[in-house]
Design a protein around this ligand. Structure first.
Ligand SMILES: C[S@@+](CC[C@H](N)C(=O)[O-])C[C@H]1O[C@@H](n2cnc3c(N)ncnc32)[C@H](O)[C@@H]1O
Length: 234
């Protein structure tokens, strides 16, 4: 996968390029074919503390039993999100599209270290209820504000600077979310967009993040989903 090789060696993207070899589906050890004929090395998230162990156990249970219909990010993508947030030292992460809270818990794994918080938006009441229950089981509910409603309207109420904005809801809405929230993303912050592949990505969003000289945009192509990472330049 050529783009990974060309990732510039600066902080966050360097760790992201390492994390991109994380497995897409789960922590079981197996080699990963990453393109270009190369077999990547295997790695899995190892708990450093009892707190991490508890959070990872909930993520594993969700991965095994709650994935169906949840549209949650794959395991490997969750690991990338955690690495990005922790390496940024993020104090405020905003997520559009909570679903049942899988990626929110990956963010929380990082935020309990950085002293940060997550604001996440979900339009579906049933999924939001499941997310609340999962966040509680992981013991991270105090780090997360879950806003129920249409994010296109609700995000207008946000006022605080954002270190990392994660877009993972209605794909045709990404451009609107970008237009509304990029002004709040701090210089040096990131806009991360999920499902950046030819089939799912909205070309208007792709154009917006690849033609704005204020942004440095990379596409990390995973086994099952693409991630667009746009750095808001200082
Ligand atoms: C792909 S899922 C999110 C998965 C989640 N980020 C994870 O990986 O665990 C997308 C979610 O966005 C929600 N959604 C779609 N349109 C929305 C909107 N306008 N406002 C808020 N949430 C929305 C859907 O209900 C769905 O639960």
């Amino acid at each position: 996968m050529k783009p990974r090789i060309t990732i510039r060696a600066f902080g966050v993207f360097a760790v992201a390029s390492l994390a991109v070899t994380a497995f897409a589906q789960g922590p079981a050890s197996r080699p990963s074919r990453t393109g270009g004929g190369n077999i990547s090395f295997a790695s899995a998230t190892l708990p450093k503390s009892e707190t991490e162990k508890k959070i990872l156990a909930v993520l594993e249970e969700m991965n095994q039993n709650q994935r169906r219909g949840s549209m949650s990010v794959p395991y490997g993508d969750g690991r990338i999100l955690r690495v990005l947030v922790e390496s940024l030292g993020a104090k405020h992460v905003v997520e559009i599209g909570t679903s049942i809270g899988y990626s929110a818990i990956w963010f929380s794994l990082a935020l309990q270290k950085t002293g940060g918080k997550l604001t996440t938006f979900e339009i579906d009441a049933g999924r939001a209820a499941k997310a609340r229950a999962n966040l509680k089981r992981a013991g991270v509910e105090s780090l997360v504000t879950l806003v129920e409603g249409d994010a296109h309207e609700e995000v207008k109420k946000l006022k605080e600077p954002i270190d990392l904005l994660f877009l993972d809801a209605d794909k045709e809405g990404y451009l609107d979310y970008l237009n509304k929230l990029l002004p709040l993303v701090r210089p040096g912050g990131l806009v991360v967009a999920h499902n950046m592949d030819q089939r799912m990505a909205d070309p208007r969003y792709v154009k917006a993040i690849t033609s704005n000289p204020e942004l440095e945009t990379l596409f990390l192509n995973m086994e099952t989903s693409g991630i667009g990472v746009s750095l808001k330049k200082r």
